[in-house]
Design a protein around this ligand. Structure first.
Ligand code: 8X3
Length: 258
């Protein structure tokens, strides 16, 4: 059912975005994958073409840049613009400091990427979907958007925004066949924490010590499921955590002997 569907994934060069690209490729979808790192995207494209024989298009894109989004769409062949599924995955956490101590640059990066970038892409793609009479927007939210946790103030706020953008958009398109899903993962071991801690791998590893976290593939499976249900079924929201995580900040960890 996903064969030859056109799937646009932002932040596809690693983590959940990359895993989602692999998962959709397995189903024979046509992929448009975007990220800031074109080299990584091209390597992923090569692998997907080789492994699944699918059509893949790569675009260097920073979703914070409205002009760059416009250029991507201007340079895209007309046929490809008929996006069936938009996976708004690009997003990040930067820093784990108290708001009164945090670098203001971190605020900008998170707000501009997680909220504004997601909105720009949505604004660009949803009119096409409405015009075509089909489409599905899948946003990657977070358990951090349900409850705040210490040090996560701005990140949590951006993911709460993703929840309310998803809820509001669902209302805005309620009289159309367009579906809107917000997937809210808990702890997923990707390069998420490495980025949060500005490259400090040791600090990042400690986050997942003593608990078996989710993998990017676990979330890709959920994304694929929400995209595979019949046209009259809309999965509004899915929250997924490791078994030993109840919600953001409530985690059971086994003691790790060193
Ligand atoms: C990632 C979940 O709890 O690490 O969005 O912030 S958490």
């Amino acid at each position: 059912m996903l064969k030859d569907k056109i799937v646009f994934i932002s932040g596809a060069s690693s983590g959940i975005g990359e895993a989602a690209a692999v998962r959709f490729a397995k189903e024979g979808a046509i992929l448009i994958i975007c990220a800031r790192n074109l080299e990584k995207l091209d390597a992923l494209k090569e692998q997907l073409v080789k492994d699944y024989g699918v059509e893949v298009h790569t675009y260097k894109l920073d979703v914070r840049d409205k002009k760059a989004i416009n250029s991507v769409f201007e340079s895209m062949p007309e046929r490809l613009k008929n996006i069936d599924i938009l996976v708004n995955n690009a997003g990040l956490a930067q820093g784990l400091e108290k708001v009164q101590e945090e670098d203001m640059e971190d605020f900008d990066v998170m707000i501009d990427t997680n909220i504004k970038g997601l909105l720009y892409l949505t604004r660009k793609v949803v009119p096409i979907m409405i015009n075509n009479g089909r489409g599905h927007v899948i946003n990657i939210g977070s358990t951090a958007g349900i409850v705040a946790y210490p040090g996560g103030t701005v990140y949590c706020a951006t993911k709460a925004a993703v929840k309310f953008i998803s809820d509001g958009l669902r209302m805005d398109v309620v009289d159309t066949p367009i579906k809107v899903t917000n997937i809210q993962p808990g702890m997923v071991e990707t390069n998420f924490s490495v980025i949060r801690f500005h490259g400090d791998k040791e600090k990042a590893d400690a986050v997942y010590e003593g608990i078996e976290p989710l993998t990017a593939e676990d979330i890709a499976d959920v994304i694929l499921y929400t995209a595979s249900v019949p046209a009259h079924v809309q999965i509004c929201e899915v929250t997924v955590t490791p078994t030993h995580q109840a919600t953001a900040g409530v985690v059971h960890k086994e003691k790790v002997s060193k």
